[in-house]
Design a protein around this ligand. Structure first.
Ligand SMILES: Nc1ncnc2c1ncn2[C@@H]1O[C@H](COP(=O)(O)OP(=O)(O)OP(=O)(O)O)[C@@H](O)[C@H]1O
Length: 260
C-alpha cells in the first residue's frame, strides 16, 4: 500500500514522528502521514492509539499536555511546524478543534467566535465580519443565538460553535478531533454535511473519528493508528473493504454481517 496519497502537491507532511509524554510514555512511533491541499484525510484507531497526540503535535498544542516531539518532522507547505507553537500553526493556516467541544461556557456565542480570530493579530473588522458571516451561513442556529451563553447550548450546538470558532481563523487545514462524539445520529449527519461543506469551500480536513463509517465516507484517504504506529493506510474506499477495518472499526462480523 502506498505511504502517502498519490494526489496533488501535499500540504501537510508528517515524517517519522515520535512523541513521548512525561519522561517515557511513548505515544507515537515513526508516524508518517500526508494531507493534500484541499483533501479530507481520516485518522482512525482505538482509544489510546495516539490520534489526538498526532493532532496536538501538528497544531503545536502538545506542550500544553506535557508531550514532546522526540524525532521526526512536521511541515505545512514551506512552514516547519516542529517548533510546537500554536500561534505559528494558526498563522500558517492550521487550526485544531479539540476533542470534547471545549467552548468558553460563560462567554456568549459571539464572544466565543471572536476568540477564534485572536491568534491572527490585528485583523480588520471587515475580515472578522466576513468570517462570522461564513460561520453563520454554515450554522444558522448560531446566528439565532449570538447573545446566549455557550454553556446553555445543546451538545450539538456546542460542537458547531467549537468548529465555528476554529473557522474564524480562516484555516486552510482544519484538524477535527472526534466531532461526532456523544452526538445523536441526526446531529452526526449534520456534522458530516458541515465537514463536506467546509471542504468544498477549499479547506483541507484531517478528521479523527471513532465513527469509522462516517470518516471513511467523507475522506478520500485514511490512516489507521494502532498503539502509536500507522498500521494501515490507503484510499478510504479501499480501506473500508479490508477485513481488518470492517471487523475492528466498522463493527462487522467475520462473515460480513453487521454487528448486533
Ligand atoms: N497528557 C498526557 N499525559 C500522559 N499520557 C498521555 C497524555 N495524553 C495522552 N496520553 C497517552 O498517550 C497515548 C495516546 O493517547 P491519545 O489521546 O493520543 O489517543 P487517542 O487515539 O486520541 O485516543 P482517544 O480516542 O481515547 O482520545 C495513550 O496511551 C494515552 O494514555
Amino acid at each position: 500500500m502506498p505511504e502517502s496519497p498519490p494526489e496533488e502537491e501535499p500540504a501537510l507532511h508528517v515524517e517519522g514522528l515520535d512523541v513521548t509524554y512525561g519522561r517515557s510514555l511513548s505515544a507515537l512511533r515513526s508516524v508518517s502521514l500526508t494531507v493534500p491541499h484541499g483533501g479530507v484525510v481520516a485518522l482512525l484507531g482505538a482509544n489510546g492509539a495516539g490520534k489526538s497526540t498526532l493532532l496536538r503535535a501538528v497544531s503545536g498544542t502538545l506542550r500544553l499536555h506535557r508531550g514532546t516531539v522526540t524525532a521526526g518532522r512536521i511541515r505545512y507547505g514551506d512552514t516547519a511546524l516542529d517548533g510546537q507553537d500554536p500561534v505559528a500553526a494558526v498563522r500558517a493556516g492550521v487550526v485544531q478543534v479539540p476533542e470534547g467541544r471545549r467552548v468558553f461556557a460563560g462567554l456568549t456565542v459571539d464572544e466565543n467566535l471572536r476568540s477564534g480570530g485572536l491568534g491572527l493579530g490585528r485583523r480588520s473588522p471587515a475580515l472578522i465580519r466576513e468570517s462570522r458571516d461564513r460561520v453563520f451561513a454554515l450554522f444558522p442556529r448560531l446566528a439565532e443565538r449570538t447573545g446566549q451563553a455557550a454553556g446553555l447550548l445543546s451538545g450539538g450546538e456546542q460542537q458547531m460553535l467549537a468548529i465555528g470558532r476554529a473557522l474564524m481563523a480562516a484555516p486552510r487545514l482544519l484538524l477535527l478531533d472526534e466531532p461526532s462524539l456523544g452526538l445523536a445520529p441526526l446531529m452526526v449527519n449534520r456534522i458530516a454535511e458541515v465537514v463536506r461543506e467546509i471542504n468544498a469551500q477549499g479547506t483541507a480536513v484531517l478528521l479523527v473519528e471513532q465513527n469509522a463509517g462516517m470518516a471513511l465516507a467523507l475522506a478520500r484517504y485514511a490512516y489507521v493508528l494502532e498503539v502509536g504506529e500507522v498500521r494501515l493506510s490507503g484510499p478510504a474506499d479501499e480501506l473500508a473493504r479490508t477485513d481488518a477495518v470492517r471487523r475492528l472499526y466498522l463493527g462487522e462480523a467475520e462473515d460480513g454481517r453487521g454487528a448486533a
